[in-house]
Ligand binder design. Structure first.
Ligand SMILES: [Zn+2]
Length: 238
């Protein structure tokens, strides 16, 4: 059964959720909820469980901001948008991915050269079971138009352009809490990585542009953060 691995309150109104295979962050305050990423489609009940942990109901969810358009980060955003009027935001350069006008995501063909590597097949099976090949595109997704996002919860997010993993991948920095949300630009673990706990990059075949991903990871390492909240693996306190 899918279950949340860990919940960490990293600052007032900022709850980091380590999901079964990918992570999301719940911002809450002033009776409102906004998410950064929302797991796989199959994680929807866990997303709602994590919102309830803040003392609020899913009806308080007004916006989902995604780091990038991969199915393990966009999850059920389409349904929240279409049925509940939740706004979905991504960097302008990422919109084609989020809307599924293009797909910069690892394919079965990409996996063939590494298929014999330990863990690849179980990971792929789990990803498909979690809805990884489903219709996750969000046609209504809108572009982030400013360098800073003011959330309805009272938090302020700086938008950091970190292309490479995908063309329009973005990270988010909360200066008041010194919290850095890295999506898949930097992670602390993954089923296909041998180590857990250290900041690292995903295996190269996950990146649309490997050199760009390396440059973005390098820039991020200069960011002055107290907490790093990655797209995969546990939160890291620096
Ligand atoms: Zn990704």
């Amino acid at each position: 059964m899918r279950a949340i691995r860990s919940l960490t309150t990293v600052a007032p109104g900022i709850l980091f959720v380590e999901g079964p295979a990918s992570n999301w962050t719940v911002f809450h305050g002033r009776g409102r909820v906004e998410l950064v990423d929302c797991g796989y489609p199959a994680d929807r009940p866990l997303v709602e469980e994590s919102i309830r942990r803040t003392g609020l109901d899913v009806a308080a969810l007004s916006r989902i901001i995604v780091t990038h358009g991969h199915s393990d980060h966009v999850g059920a955003a389409r349904d929240y948008s279409e049925r509940h009027g939740v706004e979905v935001l991504a960097a302008a350069a990422e919109l084609p991915n989020v809307r599924r006008e293009v797909t910069e995501q690892v394919t079965v063909k990409d996996l063939l050269p590494v298929a014999l590597r330990r863990g690849t097949v179980p990971w792929a099976v789990a990803a498909i079971r979690a809805g990884g090949l489903g219709e996750v595109g969000v046609p209504s997704a809108q572009a982030i138009t400013a360098d800073t996002l003011e959330l309805s919860t009272g938090h302020r997010l700086e938008v950091l352009s970190t292309p490479g993993h995908t063309t329009g991948h973005a990270c988010f920095f909360v200066p008041d809490a010194e919290v850095l949300i890295t999506g898949d630009a930097l992670v602390t673990g993954h089923a296909l990585l041998p180590e857990t706990g250290e900041l690292q990059q995903l295996p190269a075949f996950f990146h649309h542009d490997t050199d760009g991903a390396a440059a973005s990871a390098q820039r991020l390492s200069l960011c002055d953060a107290r907490w790093v909240l990655p797209g995969h693996g546990p939160a890291l306190r620096l």
